[in-house]
Design a protein around this ligand. Structure first.
Ligand SMILES: Cc1cc2nc3c(=O)[nH]c(=O)nc-3n(C[C@H](O)[C@H](O)[C@H](O)COP(=O)(O)O)c2cc1C
Length: 195
């Protein structure tokens, strides 16, 4: 066999969500980011639409994202529901990450492929990217929370009217221990049909 299933399984199970507050300030070099993105583009894609669009934010560009997330949260939240802690974490995350990748999808409404399948293809790309991060020992956090999706983010990312903002992938080197996780047993989530 060309690939070690045991190594691939280890990587898949090793991948964890690590939050930006737990990253160091160490820079993730562009070469690594390009490999992460390239692996994203090798995801399966129905009809080869390759609908993913990536926006890489590093350096001071992260400040624009931070300000945008803060403004979007403030303007979409009533004063009664506004939570300073949420505002702070939203605006801090870009600055705590060496690199942030805005995940976008652009759908061709005249094509044969459904919007659903184009969205699913980008989710596959996101997983490829997260696995690549894990292989490099990088923390990654994919969030689709309020301000990171929706039309305001779509416009911030310049995706156009057929575009769809699919959240942010925050990336950085972890400061502490790599976390553990767990999954439901297979029998809880699987039905075998044999006749
Ligand atoms: C599409 C998607 C969106 C997510 N959005 C959030 C989010 O908004 N906030 C959050 O804390 N985690 C978010 N997560 C991460 C999950 O919380 C995380 O994957 C889950 O807890 C399992 O942990 P693991 O990734 O370490 O296996 C998201 C994951 C996916 C796949």
């Amino acid at each position: 066999m060309k690939f070690s299933v045991s190594e691939i399984s280890d990587l898949i199970r090793h991948r964890r969500t690590l939050y930006p507050k737990d990253y160091t300030t160490r820079e993730v070099h562009r070469e690594l980011v390009e490999r992460i993105l390239t692996n994203g583009t090798w995801a399966p894609t129905h009809g080869m639409t390759q609908p993913w669009r990536f926006t890489v934010l590093t350096g001071v560009a992260r400040e624009r994202l931070s300000a945008f997330l803060g403004e979007t949260y403030r303007s979409s939240t009533t004063p009664e529901k506004f939570m300073q802690k949420k505002f702070d974490s939203l605006t801090l995350r870009p600055m705590q990450s060496s690199v942030v990748i805005g995940l976008g999808m652009v759908h061709d409404p005249n094509g044969k492929i459904s919007e659903r399948d184009d969205l699913l293809a980008v989710a596959c790309a996101a997983q490829n990217m997260q696995l690549t991060c894990a292989a490099y020992g990088l923390g990654a956090y994919w969030t689709t929370s309020g301000a990171t999706t929706g039309t305001a983010m779509r416009d911030f990312l310049g995706l156009g009217e057929n575009g769809y903002a699919m959240g942010m992938l925050y990336i950085g080197y972890p400061a502490g221990e790599w976390p553990n996780s767990h999954r439901k047993p297979l029998e809880n989530v699987t039905t075998w049909l044999t006749e």
